[in-house]
Write a protein that binds this ligand. Structure first.
Ligand SMILES: [Zn+2]
Ligand SMILES: [Zn+2]
Length: 878
């Protein structure tokens, strides 16, 4: 699509990236075809929160699968990468509540309908931010299939799943403890609770044993909850309480008899070893209560006030006021044994900082065991693979300790639970479509006020996005998907539940491979956080270094099972890499002519044979690395091949061939660059598309050009061996030149000690390469180096090298220069020796400064020793 055959002088990522984002979109290159006969490769994007702003964790989680899907697309697969966003129940709910609070309103004041209207407006206005940012990253998503977890189709899928699980008895309603802020009058999720250490008290209270003079002493930080105690628990093996097993104690202040129960979860070291059990007001006690069939007595209501069940003395009191009264009363009765200071973490409301209260209420649950068992088996059999494999263990640990899943949330933004209750007979009905009246008594119905946990809907993502519950072509073609790339923190919340739901409703796993990303940290391996001030913003990095540099950095750092130590320098480094490729491409394009001739096997130079052999190895290596999700390995191999072998060596060698007018070298140059562009495209899609469009025979887009196929017949052991010899000689010659400060433009004479070996003969056939790359005017093979002549010596593998320096003027000048340098070095050494000989300086100066001086002294001594052995210095005066 480019007429001119010349790349811009320098590479500016910004306009180039914008151009190709538009082009890819306009051309519909990433739109999958459900009817295609090609093999398919499919993924669903982990839907970012609709409130989300792209952070580095996203950038990683989206770049790596993009590399895979681009690679697969180039390999000829019918690729679907399906995008979408998650409605993020709590996050959006909070945003709306805050905006209401700023206007002096609350959700109760505006009501449900108005609240939801505001939320949808907000979503329409701000919800698309992250999708735009995904495009900037170069993610090759099929935007024609974009979904939202609350779009009508998806909502239908959610209702179907709920109703079907309910009808099977896998969803039920039960009493459950939730976290509630008594001041905000709302239920909070775990992540909305701030845990702060408080200086509290531990109160020791006597509970008299029935029919005995004995009493059990229990310790508690919340004495007011004792009014709702329904048992005392001890550890079954605790010798101190053996004789009390099966007995009952009298609950003080309420004069109720409650049992002494035994349970292995009781910590013998806490307090006295006996604990009070309040199932309605403590999560641990709640579990104990369920296991031991204890009554749940609610003594604190949703606003933090004591209920009737707390007894006439305490009813209506605020919970903390009640605490004081309870203590007073116990003290008067002689039942308070002692009080200790006790520091412990207490949950606070993140909004108003009130102490949160565990609150018992009706909730919906998924009976998880039958679903979990199947989901465990598919990982056990290897049908689903975790990469790296160590996450399998974590998965099993979670699955084996799984509890029923509480799926109702006391929020308004989300999927409203499709359950209705009869106002008259309290009968509950669950249905996809709202029923008109009670099926039992014909009474009016009210829908459940709660919404579903966000993870309930995201669990359906891999098939809900493909049209389920309808049997669509998309579903037939693209389910199960092939890869899921995500963070370890949501293996349980999300990955496990997608597996359960996929198996339940499709009878098949939702994806074959689960790639677990590392965490992106800073160079000191600290977590990135606002408070540390060490956040690296991906959008800022794209702006500064280009999306390709960011993507390549993430790939190069992505060692499976390891966190990434990210730095801006790294991105600057890969921006330089992009520039290197750009300049190399400019050189190639300027030297290959309009349309290079075909490669004539017989015309291939050693360098041509060598670069093709190396390329064959690289193609194989990159392909293998990508197959194993070793992004870092593929990136590393490409980087070194392109920078060092192609740019630094081959382009220089090719100049020799180009000067000789070798059209095959032109063809190899063009072809190698073309293959490089395609190998690199999954990692750096923008710059490769830009360069690729200028290359002879460019197709519609590099994104759909074939990925380089194996070229095993290019492997040329002989060429690689000879090239290694030549490179060694060039490297050593350059080193001698640099050490002896021979100006780059000065052409030297080089002697190579020869023998009758085949290596010497091979080297002898490629003298022009060495001459061009090492600045050699004349190369001679000599059986012996003549004695008495000053030479600079070196060793290059098998070969001894010598550079004679008998050009009279040069030698004399060099001898003088070395003499002057030695004088200066002597003076510097004397100064440093004096300084470091001064005990006072060594004692008082900062250790770093002393160390620095010592290092400098060492370096100067080394340099002196070297110069003193220099043949020019040793040469007799002329
Ligand atoms: Zn609050
Ligand atoms: Zn009814």
């Amino acid at each position: 699509m480019n007429d001119k055959r010349q790349l811009e002088k320098t590479y500016d990522p910004r306009p180039v990236e914008e151009k190709w984002i538009r082009f890819w979109q306009d051309e519909g290159l990433y739109i999958a075809d459900a009817k295609s006969v090609k093999p398919k490769f499919s993924m669903v994007l982990p839907p970012p929160n609709v409130t989300g702003i792209l952070h580095m964790g996203h950038a990683l989680c989206f770049t790596l699968p993009d590399i895979i899907t681009r690679w697969k697309r180039m390999q000829g697969y019918n690729c679907l990468w399906l995008p979408g966003t998650d409605h993020a129940s709590i996050a959006v709910h909070n945003v709306i509540e805050q905006s209401l609070a700023e206007k002096g309103l609350s959700r109760e004041k505006v009501g449900r309908e108005e609240f939801l209207r505001i939320a949808w407006d907000w979503k329409a206005k701000y919800g698309g931010v992250i999708t735009g940012q995904l495009k900037k990253l170069g993610a090759s998503l099929d935007w024609s299939r974009e979904r939202f977890t609350m779009d009508p189709g998806f909502s239908r899928a959610v209702k179907h799943v709920f109703v079907s699980l309910y009808n099977e008895g896998l969803i039920y309603r039960d009493y459950y403890l939730v976290n509630r802020c008594p001041r905000c009058q709302t239920v909070l999720s775990d992540i909305e609770i701030e845990h702060r250490d408080l200086h509290g008290k531990l109160w020791y209270i006597k509970y008299p044993v029935e029919g005995s003079d004995e009493a059990i002493v229990v310790a508690t930080t919340r004495p007011e909850t004792m009014l709702g105690d329904t048992a005392v628990a001890v550890h079954p093996d605790d010798e101190r309480f053996m004789h009390l097993h099966g007995k009952r104690v009298l609950l003080p202040l309420r004069n109720r008899l409650i049992p002494v129960i035994t349970d292995e979860r009781v910590e013998r070291e806490f307090g006295t070893g006996a604990v009070k059990v309040t199932p309605a007001h403590d999560p641990v006690d709640f579990e104990l209560g369920k296991l031991h069939n204890l009554e749940q007595v609610i003594v604190i209501d949703g606003s933090g006030k004591m209920t009737d069940a707390a007894g006439p003395e305490f009813r209506g009191l605020d919970r903390f006021e009640c605490r004081a009264r309870v203590i007073d009363k116990l003290r008067t009765l002689g039942l308070l044994v002692k009080t200790e200071d006790y520091d412990h973490a207490v949950g606070h409301c993140y909004r108003c900082k009130s102490v949160i209260e565990p609150y018992l209420s009706w909730q919906w649950f998924v009976r998880i065991k039958p679903l979990a068992d199947k989901a465990t088996r598919v990982v056990e059999t290897g049908e689903i693979l975790f990469i790296p494999a160590n996450w399998t263990k974590t998965y099993f640990e979670w699955m084996h300790n799984i509890h029923d899943w509480c799926i109702s949330r006391q929020l308004w933004w989300g999927h409203r639970i499709p359950a209705w209750y009869c106002r008259d007979c309290k009968h509950a009905m669950v249905a996809v479509e709202a029923p008109e009246k009670c099926e039992k008594c014909g009474g009016a119905l009210d829908q459940d006020e709660d919404v579903l946990d966000t993870w309930f809907s995201s669990a359906l993502w891999p098939f809900g996005t493909l049209g389920w519950p309808d049997e669509t072509d998309d579903l037939q073609t693209f389910y199960p998907t092939d890869l899921m790339s995500t963070g370890f923190d949501i293996i349980f919340f999300w990955v496990a539940r997608m597996i359960m739901m996929g198996l339940k409703f499709r009878g098949r796993i939702p994806f074959r491979h689960v790639f677990i990303n590392g965490l992106v940290r800073d160079l000191k391996r600290r977590k990135m956080s606002k408070s540390e001030g060490n956040i690296i913003d991906p959008l800022e990095m794209i702006e500064k270094y280009g999306a390709d540099a960011l993507r390549f950095t993430l790939a190069a750092l992505a060692v499976p099972g390891m966190d990434l130590a990210l730095s801006e320098e790294r991105m600057a480094g890969y921006q330089a890499f992009a520039n290197k490729i750009w300049n190399a491409s400019r050189f190639v394009l300027m030297n290959i002519g309009e349309r290079p001739a075909d490669v004539q096997e017989s015309e291939l130079s050693l360098a041509d044979r060598w670069i093709r052999s190396r390329l064959a190895t690289i193609i194989e290596s990159v392909t293998r690395s990508l197959e194993q999700y070793k992004f870092y390995e593929a990136a590393d191999v490409l980087y070194h091949f392109i920078w060092h072998e192609f740019c630094d060596w081959y382009l220089e060698f090719a100049k020799v061939g180009l000067r000789q007018g070798n059209s095959t070298t032109q063809a190899v140059l063009a072809d190698t660059l073309g293959q490089i562009v395609r190998l690199l495209h999954p990692f750096m899609p923008f710059i490769t598309e830009e360069i690729g469009q200028y290359l002879p025979g460019a197709g519609r887009s590099v994104a759909i050009a074939p990925f380089p196929a194996p070229q095993t017949h290019w492997t040329d052991v002989e060429a690689e061996k000879i090239m290694a010899l030549i490179q060694e000689v060039i490297v050593e010659t350059r080193k001698i030149r640099a050490e002896n400060r021979i100006a780059p433009k000065e052409k030297i004479e080089l002697w190579v000690k020869s023998s009758a070996s085949p290596e010497t003969r091979a080297l002898g056939r490629h003298v022009p390469l060495i001459q061009t790359l090492a600045g050699v005017a004349k190369l001679e093979f000599r059986a012996e180096f003549p004695s008495g002549k000053p030479v600079l010596k070196g060793v290059a593998g098998l070969f001894e090298l010598a550079i004679p320096i008998d050009m009279a003027a040069g030698l004399a000048a060099e001898k003088q220069r070395i003499g002057r340098e030695l004088q200066k070095i002597a003076a510097d050494i004397a100064k440093l020796e004096q300084k470091l000989g001064n005990a006072d300086f060594v004692a008082k100066a900062p250790p770093a400064i002393v160390g620095e001086n010592r290092t400098r002294l060492e370096a100067l001594r080394d340099r002196r020793a070297k110069l003193e052995k220099n043949p020019a210095h040793l040469a007799p005066e002329t």
